[in-house]
Design a binder for this molecule. Sequence first.
Ligand SMILES: Cc1cc2nc3c(=O)[nH]c(=O)nc-3n(C[C@H](O)[C@H](O)[C@H](O)COP(=O)(O)OP(=O)(O)OC[C@H]3O[C@@H](n4cnc5c(N)ncnc54)[C@H](O)[C@@H]3O)c2cc1C
Length: 236
Amino acid sequence: MVPSLRYLVGARGRAHGALFGGFPGACGPASGRPRPLCGGGRSASTSSFDIVIVGGGIVGLASARALILRHPSLSIGVLEKEKDLAIHQTGHNSGVVHSGIYYKPESLKAKLCVQGAALLYEYCQQKGISYKQCGKLIVAVEQEEIPRLKALYERGLQNGVQGLRLIQQEDIKKKEPYCRGLMAIDCPHTGIVDYRQVALSFAQDFQEAGGSVLTNFEVKDIEMAKEGPSGSIDAE
Ligand SMILES: Cc1cc2nc3c(=O)[nH]c(=O)nc-3n(C[C@H](O)[C@H](O)[C@H](O)COP(=O)(O)OP(=O)(O)OC[C@H]3O[C@@H](n4cnc5c(N)ncnc54)[C@H](O)[C@@H]3O)c2cc1C
């Protein structure tokens, strides 16, 4: 049983009290510009959702998508304070699809990074999102760096990173003519992608599955509900 959550929200400049009677202005015509990502789901005009996710970056949108695909009967909303999604960290990172080589073996980070990279490539292929699996060289330029490089290689193998190879000077040159090094880890699964595009595709999947995205909607306060509709459990 999922407890129903009420929430105190306010689009910028709106008083907290405005909420339980609907979201005036939250999903209506934007001042000047249309907001195609606003609404679209069954709950856009209601004042309560089973689950609300605050923040329309890649983490919020991936979570919202995963939740609605697993629990299609729940009403789920994503609230984003900006007029567009994914314009903060998600839209301004380096765009690297990390292979998972650096993380401590057996750690959640290591497992999720390796698994996540494979899922991301698969998703991009399905959706026709451009990416480049260009690979990466991690290079030892001094003799003393070689033991650390070898240890990193072993760590990558332990983490299940596919395709790792230790390569020597001449192979470094073949791959990257302007790179000088004594030894390198060739990491072919590293890549690059536009994470904003991925996030917007997650948003589209979420909305197509019935979820609601409300932009220009800053969460200013949160209140635990004493009790939700019949059948839900007390949230306090
Ligand atoms: C310089 C840099 C480079 C990076 N390079 C990489 C890389 O190459 N590869 C990689 O995998 N990762 C990289 N990362 C990490 C990656 O960018 C982040 O882990 C990821 O984007 C975080 O996503 P997010 O959804 O948590 O945050 P964000 O994308 O910032 O999303 C948070 C959202 O919440 C909204 N929000 C905040 N408060 C409220 C509120 N009160 N009400 C409503 N909405 C709210 C914001 O407007 C924002 O849209 C990099 C990070 C940085 C800083």
